[in-house]
Design a protein around this ligand. Structure first.
Ligand code: NAP
Ligand code: ZN
Length: 328
């Protein structure tokens, strides 16, 4: 059974894993802590590791490389947010054995069916005590929801975003931005977590958006695409598919090895995905200001969301409001 201390360390390891989220390529963002209980019943952290920015080395290797074998004893525990990988050649599970770790506490099994339980079974076969968090303590699948969804369903995690005014317009005919600067910064943090960003052809042609991730000190390469039925003047890859056959969209995206997609409008594209149920989450950024110069077709009927989604978060964000819904 997991002790209260184990649960606290698991919480820390899950929180740490957020640091590199969106920066680890096709790999999930994992964290690892090595804790020694020999001289302190509360445990002393010997080292920590995160999945590297390129995806490799993995978190366990980064943590284990910072401790020497003589620091590890039979009261050392390795905490990790995802089951250690196991492969015939070099892998985290083998490194754990070679370092002499005798107890491993894991937040989540690997959702990839080809890897699921392999690491755990190998560790157990070598006499390591392996403990797994219960469903309620397993935060890995919420933090790495993009990776988790892809592994489980073999399709991308789709987030639909729309910024609207207090009176629900998604476009202002006078000025470009609907929400304030802080909210746009928030949206760059959402971009950071996705592999690709997609806009409709009208948005691309009318706004000429940069479709990149602009966060100080963070080098994130998000892949931009434009949805268009006809060839438009653009260097970006164009995607075309029939909305009534969404599987087509998934297979186009899967060919690009993309696990998560952020659909950033405009409203026609937003509604297309929403009405066809082709999404996991919806992010609505609502301004506290009215838009007086717009067109009816840019107005969002919030019932479209309420009828299909469950609100999972709502926060005042400076003077705006950010609401997150999930597909039900
Ligand atoms: N408030 C916000 O969050 C937000 C975000 C982005 C943009 N905007 C604003 O919204 C305005 C544009 O919105 P909009 O509703 O007019 O258009 P839009 O959604 O940007 O673009 C719609 C067009 O995208 C193409 N498209 C969509 N789905 C497709 C598919 N499955 N396959 C191929 N092509 C597909 C079609 O182009 P064709 O059939 O013409 O090829 C369609 O007419 C912009 O001016 C911008 O300022 C607001
Ligand atoms: Zn590994």
């Amino acid at each position: 059974m997991l002790s209260k201390l184990d649960l606290n360390y698991l919480d820390s390891v899950n929180n740490l894993s957020i640091k590199n989220l969106g920066l680890t390529g096709a790999n999930p963002s994992v964290a690892c802590l090595i804790v020694d209980y020999k001289n302190n019943s509360q445990g002393v952290v010997l080292s920590y590791g995160l999945t590297s920015k390129s995806g490799r080395p993995h978190a366990e290797i980064n943590a284990l490389n910072k401790v020497s074998n003589y620091q590890i004893n039979n009261q050392t525990t390795l905490y990790v947010s995802l089951e250690p990988c196991f492969k015939a050649n070099s892998c985290c599970a083998k490194k754990i054995i070679s370092k002499g770790i005798k107890r491993v506490v894991i937040s989540s099994l690997d959702p990839n069916p080809q890897i699921y339980e392999k690491g755990v079974n190998f560790l157990k076969s070598r006499g390591v005590k392996v403990l797994l968090a219960g469903a309620r303590q397993n935060k890995f699948k919420h933090i790495n929801k993009y990776f988790y969804n892809f592994q489980k369903n073999q399709r991308p995690f789709i987030t639909l975003k729309l910024a609207i005014s207090k009176n629900h317009y998604s476009k202002n005919l006078i000025s470009k931005n609907v929400t304030q600067e802080e909210t746009q910064h928030y949206m760059h943090k959402i971009r950071l977590k996705h592999d690709a960003i997609i806009v409709g052809s009208n948005t691309y042609q009318e706004d000429n958006p940069k479709l990149n991730c602009r966060l100080n000190g963070i080098d994130k390469k998000i892949r931009p695409f434009v949805l268009a039925n006809f060839k438009i003047k653009s260097k970006l890859p164009q995607i075309k598919f029939n909305m009534s056959n969404i599987e087509n969209f998934y297979s186009i995206i899967n060919k690009h090895k993309i696990q998560s997609v952020l659909i950033e409008g405009g409203i026609k594209t937003f509604k297309n995905f929403l009405i066809n149920g082709a999404f996991n989450e919806v992010v609505i950024c609502q301004s506290s200001k009215m838009i007086n110069k717009s067109k009816k077709r840019y107005k969002l009927d919030k019932k479209l969301i309420k009828n299909r989604c469950k609100k999972i978060d709502s926060q005042e964000y400076f003077k705006d409001k950010i609401e997150i819904y999930k597909n039900v």
